[in-house]
Design a protein around this ligand. Structure first.
Ligand code: NAD
Length: 334
């Protein structure tokens, strides 16, 4: 099948070209993100492949349908950016990569938490400038701290296990508790209890209408003063201006982000010569106790290999049977 890839980087080509040696599809790569005005690039392709910050609202899906696109295959697990109702109405199948490497994201979460807690980002810069002063670098032992995991799916469950390896007490909240997690000693509690007891809160739920701004003023008021929050799920699970206020007065003690509400205008690009127009993001960067990476938690060799193979597998199964292997539909939204 002919597939148009949007928002591509050189590494996408490397991994997709390698996977395609076996799959044998016709791949066209576009650097441009998928928007109403770029949809036309797909030309006579029958499928398009999008990433997390591509626009897949009704207007874009209508354009794609008009061009004859019958399959939108996402090279991501999250599908919150797709208007699934519109896709269904237009007869477009939507597929994704449900699990490419939950370990990659879970391990990156711990990398952020450890680096932030021990201020490795600051220490690294200091040592490079021959400044061996330790002021401002004090962290805390993870040992025996309480970690609250919100969303114990594939990534959350692995993250919970790694925290247990640090001898943390892990509690969790999920709309669908996992008996395997319970068997491993993870106690499910209600959200208010999780907020009240956690020293570290790690977010691993999808972005849905129920989880949008889950971490806002009301939730923060229920948390332990000085709590650390880590978000490697989706930016809008956090109400960023509310979190910013809580960072200013110390109610939130540390914030680790791999995702950001308005990341669509920032991430995956080199903007080092541009003026940063997002004042909220600019303010976040001023805090010594905020550590941000630009949506790189998934970015491992294993994950990129799985993403390419599973995406092309979706296309192959759609071509052969009319149904992709890993479809998402309105019913998938909790
Ligand atoms: P998953 O579907 O396996 O797990 C999600 C869990 O969240 C499920 O157990 C589900 O029951 C739970 N959940 C749903 N609604 C909830 C709610 N309202 N409150 C609490 N829990 C709720 O997904 P996953 O593979 O573990 O991924 C989790 C999220 O991580 C994805 O949705 C995606 O947004 C994000 N992600 C980020 C990156 C990255 O690079 N930063 C990479 C992959 C995935």
């Amino acid at each position: 099948m002919k597939i148009g890839f949007f928002s591509t980087k050189p590494y996408d080509r490397t991994y997709f070209d390698a996977a395609n040696r076996e799959a044998g599809h016709e791949l066209s790569y576009f650097e441009a993100p998928l928007r109403a005005e770029t949809a036309v690039l797909a030309g006579d392709a029958q499928a398009v492949c999008g990433f997390v910050n591509d626009t897949l609202d009704r207007a874009v899906l209508e354009k794609l349908a008009d061009q004859g696109i019958r399959l939108v295959t996402l090279r991501s697990a999250g599908f919150n950016h797709v208007d699934l109702e519109a896709a269904e109405a237009l007869g477009i199948t939507v597929a994704r990569v449900p699990a490419y490497s939950p370990h990659a994201v879970a391990e990156h979460t711990l990398a952020l938490v450890l680096a932030l807690n021990r201020r490795i980002h600051k220490a690294h810069n200091r040592v490079r400038e021959n400044n061996f002063n330790l002021d401002g670098l004090i962290g805390f032992d993870l040992n025996e701290k309480t970690v609250g995991i919100i969303g114990t799916g594939q990534i959350g469950a692995i993250t919970a296990g790694i925290f247990q390896g640090f001898n943390c007490r892990v509690i969790a909240y999920d709309v669908a508790p996992d008996p395997d997690c319970e068997a491993r000693g993870i106690a499910y509690v209600d959200l208010d209890t999780l907020f009240a007891q956690s020293d570290i809160i790690s977010l691993h739920c999808p972005l849905t209408p129920q989880t949008r701004h889950l971490i806002g003023t009301e939730a923060i008021a229920k948390m332990k003063p000085g709590v650390m929050i880590a978000n490697t799920s989706r930016g809008a699970v956090i109400d960023t201006p509310a979190v910013l206020e809580a960072l200013k007065d110390g109610r939130i003690g540390a914030l680790a982000l791999d995702v950001y509400e308005e990341e669509g205008d920032l991430f995956f690009r080199d903007l080092s010569n541009d003026i940063l127009s997002d004042d909220v993001f600019a303010r976040l960067l001023t805090f010594p106790n905020v550590l941000i990476t630009g949506h790189q938690a998934f970015f491992t060799h294993e994950a990129l290999t799985n993403i390419a193979e599973t995406t092309l597998g979706n296309v192959t199964s759609f071509e052969k049977t009319g149904a992709a292997e890993h479809t998402v539909s309105v019913e998938n939204v909790v």
